[in-house]
Design a protein around this ligand. Sequence first.
Ligand code: SF4
Ligand code: SF4
Length: 402
Amino acid sequence: MDCVKINMESELSRLLNNLSLGDNSLECLTCSACSSRCTWFEGEEGPLPRQIVRMAALGLDQALIDSGMLWDCLVCNRCTQECPMGIQMDVVVRKARSLAAADGQIPEDIKTGIKNKLELGDVNGLTKEEFVETVEWVSEEFVDDVDDDQAEIPHDVAGSKFLYLPNPRELGINLLHLTAMGKLFYAMKETWTLSAFHTDVTNWGYFVGKDDITREMAMMVVEPAEKLGIETLVLSECGHGYHVLKYLLEEIIGRKPGFKVMSIPELCLEYAKKGVLKFDPEVHPYEIAYHDPCNIARKSNGYEAPRELLALCCKGVKELVPNRKDGICCGGGGGLLQDSTTTKKRMISGKPKADQMKATGLKHIAAPCLSCHRQLGELSKHYKLEMKVDTVAAIASESLVL
Ligand code: SF4
Ligand code: SF4
């Protein structure tokens, strides 16, 4: 058997072993608590958390990159939530991915999405002209949707109170979701706008662990938003977008942004509490199960607002077991969903989630993330669960009393 050469001077050791407790993989006790919490273990293949941390600690950079575990990891942090040494798997995996990315060793789709975003402002490659054309077309239809010929889906209106940052799916295959969000803003009776200068909420620099790209993409949101003079940046339902733009933003850009950041469910709940938005729960006269996106829940403490909003719009909210900080990833996190070659793999990584969905005995589930929404929909179909999957804000829009 070949001996594995340990390299304590490696690039990854340098990145990880000089850090404080929580980032320092040399502190690892090899206790395997992490491995017992990784839900990939209930399926097949997948990452081995303890092994990832040990390989990182021992400087086995290339062996770790070649193992494939880095890109299978869902970066969900379920494993290291209870790590006795406070080691965070997202830090370890993102640092290791950054080394692979420096050599161009990242999934092709993610590479293309990053290029599109940096060059055009949109991961799908939508140009600013196409963005304006799409929004103006949706706006024309919107007049009929709310039966008001003054209604519109505005873009690039300086001085608006809210700037809505959509998910790329809302500008492509799910335009109806954008209209649904438009209805919520319409009912709030406040000024709002979209912007052609930073069209979507994603930040794939976070997936590949490149701090410079993550910052550049964050600034592509911050600078035009500040130029428009908005009060609040309203994020579409996106797990990693929320984690980057709400939870980590100040750390990433090194200063406070000139606006507040809220997700669309958080904003709707605020306006419901003020008595401005009213919802009719009879529109959904059944219980709806709720899925915690890892990036919003465990990684950003965003547990309650989506649940509270959902509860106003249906007969009741049913918890998956386990949930909140112990919640199980949909199986598409960490960029796995964004890589079109992973469909088969995602049905394996998502099996524990599919089991949770089935155990509810319900026909409806909601998640405040359009990526989880897509993955849960595919799981429902693949495992024949016959569960309808919605986003929380889409449910709220359907229940809206105009
Ligand atoms: S739980 Fe923490 S200390 Fe234990 S093996 Fe995993 S990373 Fe190491
Ligand atoms: S998939 Fe989640 S639980 Fe498993 S190693 Fe990655 S971060 Fe940890």
